[in-house]
Design a protein around this ligand. Sequence first.
Ligand code: HEC
Ligand code: HEC
Ligand code: HEC
Ligand code: HEC
Ligand code: HEC
Ligand code: HEC
Ligand code: HEC
Ligand code: HEC
Length: 358
Amino acid sequence: MRVVLATVAALLAAAASQAQSAAPAPPLRQCGICHGRHEFKVVARDGTVRPLFVDETVLARSVHARWQCVDCHADVSAIPHPPNLGVVNCQRCHFPGNPVGAPEDVNYEGYVKSVHGRLRAAGNTKAPLCQDCHGGHDVHKRDDPHAATGKLRLAETCGRCHLEQYSQYRESVHGQSLLGKGNLQAPTCSDCHGEHSILPPAETASDVSATHIPETCAACHGSMAFNTAFDIPINPVKTFKHSFHGIANELGSARVANCASCHTAHQVLPPSDPRSSVNPANIPATCGKSGCHEGANANYARGRFHIDPSSRDSGVIYWVALFFKILTISTMVGLIGHIALDLAKKIRQRHGREARGE
Ligand code: HEC
Ligand code: HEC
Ligand code: HEC
Ligand code: HEC
Ligand code: HEC
Ligand code: HEC
Ligand code: HEC
Ligand code: HEC
């Protein structure tokens, strides 16, 4: 049994007298008689308190300001209403072709097919519904700083359920840059995982599956201008694609190292940081992960991984590459010259024969 603090009977009496006095409001708009009171709450037998106060100004500032309580809480059809109401179904209005003006160019289907939507449909109440990410009463558009799904708040929103990933991300160069410095070009969860269509890394179609990870990081690190803007001296995507790992990855190998195998997914840090998985001190452990180069020793930490043979900074590799480039070009030039001379000789001989009337 629950004890309702502000007794329902007293509130109903208040509702009745209010209805008699002022212009009568339809009863289903009178939710505020009970839920408009700050102290309104239920206390369960075990002492847990469930606050039931609803701040209407929060709703009034949200994208749903023009809707009534019962437009969302559609199972309330009379007052007093029964306990144990169902959860709100946002998809009553949010679907392609809806008649109420909810945006249609949103990937609703992506949620249904996502790991979250599938688990929820299978009865897992720990998987998020729309409101678990967007909020119930305080829903805002993406560009509104109050939005729980906005760039600066999303990590915390996902992090309520994914604690470990959130705490690692917060410490990473990406988390520090976005949340610490407010750099909106640094990624939040959805930049790597997608917004609605979040899939487990084990599924090939996922943005974070082994063979899609390079493309996902490339959305930012694929352009040299982007890297230069953040003092990253190389194009890590281009150099990765030239490497053995990169070629095998492009051919579909999920076992070969991808960006996240070396950099981790959520604890990404600059190589100069002693905590980084690619700091020279940690490279033997990173390369020596089971299934990779077991027994990797300090030699692995010599040399560099991201090598661009066309950059002078690559040392001997640059010169070797340059030597082969010059060798190839001079061989080609020699070959073409040889063919040209041979051709010229043949033409001269023919002219000579014609002139002699042979
Ligand atoms: C007479 C007082 C009263 C009025 C008026 C009232 N409610 Fe309630 N409401 C309650 C009580 C009491 C509970 C707690 C029920 C329980 O024990 O689960 C509740 C619970 C709820 C809950 C569920 C909260 C939760 O966490 O489970 C929702 C949603 C809700 N009311 C919506 C409405 C809406 C919408 C209206 C207006 C159409 C409304 N209520 C009008 C008394 C009222
Ligand atoms: C845009 C849809 C929407 C509207 C409009 C709306 N609610 Fe809710 N409300 C929700 C969602 C979502 C939740 C979270 C619980 C759930 O998922 O069912 C919620 C939760 C609640 C709760 C539980 C306590 C809490 O704050 O979590 C109460 C009580 C409640 N609403 C009452 C109201 C009242 C009263 C109004 C009108 C003043 C109203 N709601 C308008 C969507 C809505
Ligand atoms: C009664 C119909 C209705 C319900 C139920 C409803 N919405 Fe909406 N929602 C709308 C309409 C209409 C808009 C467009 C608002 C506008 O721009 O005026 C909207 C806008 C939004 C937006 C902003 C999108 C944009 O760019 O305008 C988000 C996000 C959103 N709703 C999420 C939700 C969530 C989450 C729920 C469930 C808690 C929900 N909605 C329940 C009708 C509804
Ligand atoms: C796992 C978290 C999550 C879930 C679950 C989720 N969304 Fe979203 N949704 C987002 C993110 C992130 C965005 C993009 C950022 C933003 O719009 O704030 C977004 C964008 C939107 C937008 C466009 C908002 C705008 O301003 O352009 C709407 C509308 C929307 N979602 C509605 C829904 C509905 C309806 C559901 C349930 C069927 C749902 N979402 C489920 C995270 C989620
Ligand atoms: C820079 C890109 C990136 C960002 C930002 C990111 N992730 Fe990930 N996430 C990944 C990759 C890549 C994987 C796959 C890791 C693997 O295969 O081992 C992954 C895997 C996951 C998994 C599956 C379990 C696991 O740890 O492997 C969860 C859950 C997850 N991320 C949640 C989050 C959340 C929550 C956030 C935001 C706080 C976030 N991610 C931010 C790239 C990212
Ligand atoms: C209400 C809780 C909740 C919220 C909010 C939530 N998730 Fe999840 N998520 C889950 C549950 C539960 C699972 C399935 C169990 C698991 O694998 O961790 C899951 C699974 C995942 C997976 C697949 C994990 C795997 O190992 O296969 C990824 C990736 C993921 N979520 C990312 C996100 C991102 C990104 C956000 C925010 C945009 C988010 N989640 C928001 C509860 C949540
Ligand atoms: C949305 C854009 C974006 C995505 C996607 C992204 N990054 Fe980044 N990354 C950045 C930005 C911006 C910085 C620089 C942050 C700063 O210094 O403030 C950075 C920094 C880094 C650094 C540190 C470089 C240094 O030496 O300072 C590494 C390593 C890195 N990212 C790896 C990755 C990997 C691996 C992925 C994919 C799993 C990835 N990033 C995905 C934007 C992104
Ligand atoms: C086999 C392991 C490995 C793979 C795969 C890998 N990296 Fe790296 N990455 C490193 C190492 C080691 C460093 C440290 C500098 C070096 O050795 O070139 C590094 C450095 C970086 C830097 C910082 C450069 C600097 O000097 O500040 C960025 C950014 C980066 N990697 C992004 C990526 C991205 C994006 C991918 C995938 C396209 C990727 N890495 C794939 C091992 C790897």
